[in-house]
Design a protein around this ligand. Structure first.
Ligand code: NAD
Ligand code: UDX
Length: 471
């Protein structure tokens, strides 16, 4: 079977870039990305796309209106498609059974029911969202029970491994594409149809085909293992600070072992993003449901260590600032959860700033890509600081690093944006503008600490001590 028309339900961080790249690479396929959110679709159809990703604009502008379309007409998109990606959000449940752990599958279910209700021809339905293992089974049951015409649905699992900030690069040249299917003749036929779509640009040996459940579980497993590496190096960073070992040196020495590899060993103020915490908690919940409490406890520790890392950093800042930050001005550089994205979901900066405000500090925030209103929304979310007045009283959102640093007692690097490196930012001018002693906390290990100490800064770096290397 050859795919001529694809619909993607969900025009978010995954659906948008993923299907834009499919349209870019497969001119013979019509790709329609649908969403219920009118504002988001309008932005995809405008000059200012709703998400920032290096290279995304070029890809969208090259194919929009040719074989790439964005619309809120979900039903038409479904009806016209041979293959449908379900790429809706699967956040952690906020209430009810499994609250704070389980994935909320309400959006997956709504999209699946819609496919069943409006389809007038057979479809391949592809789980693109990250879901708990065996979700495809529930989708199948919903589709079979609700379809109105005498048509067939084949379900595939095709989890997405892109990372934000490098989404286009990752999609253009993926390490692998994973496609799971029921191992029946029809399932394998559908699997092959999706392989042929990717085969327009992804070599066949990078397309891994597995059974459905392996594919679903592999996505949770990959994210859990990646986050585990970060929690491992962050746990070691605490030992480094207590002993004089240097976490960068430890990471380098370990990473040179080809069995370990060097990637994902950068100590930090803690991982953020919409995936790691959510997907690990999802795995923890799954393990608990399967009556595997030891397995659940093992993975839960990765998230606990991440929380500890953020708390530890805040404590180090407060104790360095003579045990009080009341009324002091703290400049926070970076609000996004990593560089090269405007996404702030689960960003470590949110937790840090919440703690600073609760200690009655004044916080000046600068991020090159995060909008003013987004910062206010994140800080006033229920569970963060639901009091908008309190946030407005304590927070100043700035247009540059220099403005944030003006009169500050401490400068905190929360996101590793290139513009914050000491090769790009004029730290001698920053030093002039700050209160003395001028404290500088590097939560991302991007600064040349000895050089900045030479300028007069009191510098503290995660996983390092000033006296590292001395007897
Ligand atoms: P997102 O919130 O940015 O986008 C989801 C979109 O789906 C929203 O625009 C929403 O309006 C839309 N939507 C929800 N229900 C709908 C419905 N019934 N009909 C039409 N549209 C609907 O989420 P995201 O970051 O793109 O993530 C989507 C999925 O991909 C999640 O399961 C996530 O875990 C997974 N994932 C995300 C990333 C990432 O880097 N963000 C990477 C890999 C996998
Ligand atoms: C992650 C996975 O990498 C990706 O494969 C999956 O599809 C979605 O989840 P993402 O969250 O977009 O991608 O970014 P990632 O680069 O993984 O970074 C996640 C967080 O970990 C960021 O806050 C980042 O700063 C932090 N991180 C990453 C570290 O602290 N140290 C590292 O060595 C790597």
């Amino acid at each position: 079977m050859s795919i001529k028309s694809i619909c993607c339900i969900g025009a978010g961080y995954v659906g948008g870039p993923t299907c834009a790249v499919i349209a870019y690479k497969c001119h013979d396929i019509k790709v329609t990305i649908v969403d219920l959110n009118q504002a988001r679709i309008d932005a995809w159809n405008s000059d200012k796309l709703p998400i920032y990703e290096p290279g995304l604009e070029e890809v969208v502008m090259a194919r929009r209106g040719k074989n790439l379309f964005f619309t809120t007409d979900v039903d038409k998109g479904i009806q016209e498609a041979d293959l449908i990606f379900v790429s809706v959000n699967t956040p952690t449940k906020k209430s009810g059974l499994g609250a704070g752990m389980a994935a909320d599958l309400a959006y997956i279910e709504a999209a699946t029911r819609r496919i069943a209700q409006v389809s007038t021809s057979s479809k391949i339905v592809v789980e693109k969202s990250t879901v708990p293992c065996r979700t495809a089974q529930s989708m199948r049951t919903i589709l079979d029970a609700n379809c109105t015409a005498n048509i067939r649905f084949d379900i595939l699992s095709n989890p997405e491994f892109l990372a934000e900030g490098t989404a286009i690069k990752d999609l253009m040249n993926p390490d692998r594409v994973l496609i799971g299917a029921l191992q029946t003749p029809e399932g394998i036929k559908a699997q092959n149809a999706l392989v042929s779509v990717y085969n327009h640009w992804v070599p066949i040996d990078r397309c891994i085909t597995t059974n459905l459940w392996s594919s679903e579980l592999s996505k949770l497993a990959a994210n859990a293992m990646l986050a585990q590496r970060i929690s491992s190096i962050n746990a070691l960073s605490a030992i480094c600070e207590a002993t004089g070992a240097d976490v960068d040196e430890v990471a380098y020495a370990c990473g040179r072992d080809s069995r370990l590899g060097s990637k994902f060993l950068k100590a930090s103020v803690g991982f953020g993003g919409s995936c790691f915490q959510k997907d690990i908690l999802n795995l923890v919940y799954l393990s608990t449901q399967l009556n595997l409490p030891e397995v659940a406890a093992y993975w839960k520790q990765v998230v606990d260590m991440n929380e500890y890392q953020k708390k530890r950093f805040v404590q180090r800042i407060i104790s360095t600032l003579f045990n009080t930050i009341t009324n002091k001005k703290i400049a926070v550089l970076g609000f996004a959860f990593k560089k090269d994205t405007g996404d702030t979901r689960e960003s470590a900066a949110i937790t840090l700033i919440k703690d600073f405000i609760q200690e009655h500090a004044r916080v000046a925030i600068y991020d090159p890509k995060v909008e003013h209103e987004q910062i206010m929304m994140d800080l006033t979310e229920p569970g963060v600081l639901d009091n908008r007045k309190q946030v407005e009283q304590h927070v100043q959102i700035c247009g540059s690093a220099m403005e944030a640093a003006d009169g500050a007692d401490a400068l905190i690097i929360c996101t590793e944006w290139d513009e914050f490196k000491d090769t790009n930012l004029d730290y001698s001018q920053i030093y002039e503008k700050m209160h003395k002693p001028a404290f500088l906390f590097d939560g991302r290990l991007i600064l040349d600490a000895p050089k900045l100490r030479g300028m007069g800064f009191k510098v503290q770096v995660i996983g390092k001590t000033e006296l590292a290397g001395t007897a």
